[in-house]
Design a protein around this ligand. Structure first.
Ligand code: IMP
Ligand code: MG
Length: 177
């Protein structure tokens, strides 16, 4: 069914191509041994499942829950851990997998929490980056796409929990019904 309030920004095939490129880059330059993927719920669920399967090296998968947004389109500035990891990451080569870096508030908080657990490596892969919106500096080692300051949904990204299952990443216009 056509959805006039959605405009495709990145098609599913563009996303798949880029995810394979990121996986090749991670395979090439991550320290030897398994990669411990830490995906941030819920937005990164599709990205991490495609990325994990595109990696050639062994990977472990864990999830962490963080909430920084209410039901709106901007951060509340308040971050809380809603689900912790299942296992220790001490000594592990950790790749934090995130859907989008916006203000940087969420990742700044999470990196602080994870650093204290003494992983051997701690890097970030983010599918999308909106650099114009940054309030806190965050070092993102692997970025899928830099996008303009527009609110996007699909491929895991939501607006008030809707649209996560769209295969493409779309700009959500304010004129939605
Ligand atoms: P930050 O703390 O402002 O960097 O927020 C990052 C989180 O905000 C992401 O994990 C997303 O859940 C959410 N977010 C930021 N921008 C968008 C967007 O354009 N669409 C959907 N969610 C977004
Ligand atoms: Mg999120």
């Amino acid at each position: 069914m056509p959805q006039p309030h959605l405009r495709v920004l990145l098609s599913s095939s563009q996303i798949q191509t880029r995810v394979r490129e990121l996986a090749a880059q991670i395979d090439a330059d991550f320290p030897d041994g398994p990669v411990y993927l830490v995906a941030i719920l819920k937005g990164a669920c599709f990205f991490v499942s495609d990325l994990a399967r595109a990696l050639q090296r062994p990977a472990r998968l864990d999830f962490i829950g963080i909430s920084s947004y209410g039901k709106g389109k901007t951060t509340s500035g308040e971050v809380k851990l809603t689900k912790d990891l299942d296992s220790s990451i001490e000594g592990a080569n950790v790749l934090v997998v995130e859907d989008i870096v916006d203000s940087g508030v969420t990742l700044t908080y999470l990196m602080h929490v994870l650093e204290q657990r003494k992983p051997r490596t701690l890097r970030i892969a983010a599918l999308l980056d909106k650099p114009e919106r940054r309030l806190r500096p965050v070092e993102v080692a692997y970025v899928g796409f830099r996008i303009p300051d527009e609110f996007v949904v699909g491929y895991g990204l939501d607006f008030a929990e809707d649209y996560r299952n769209l295969p493409d990443i779309c700009v959500l216009s304010d004129s939605r019904p």
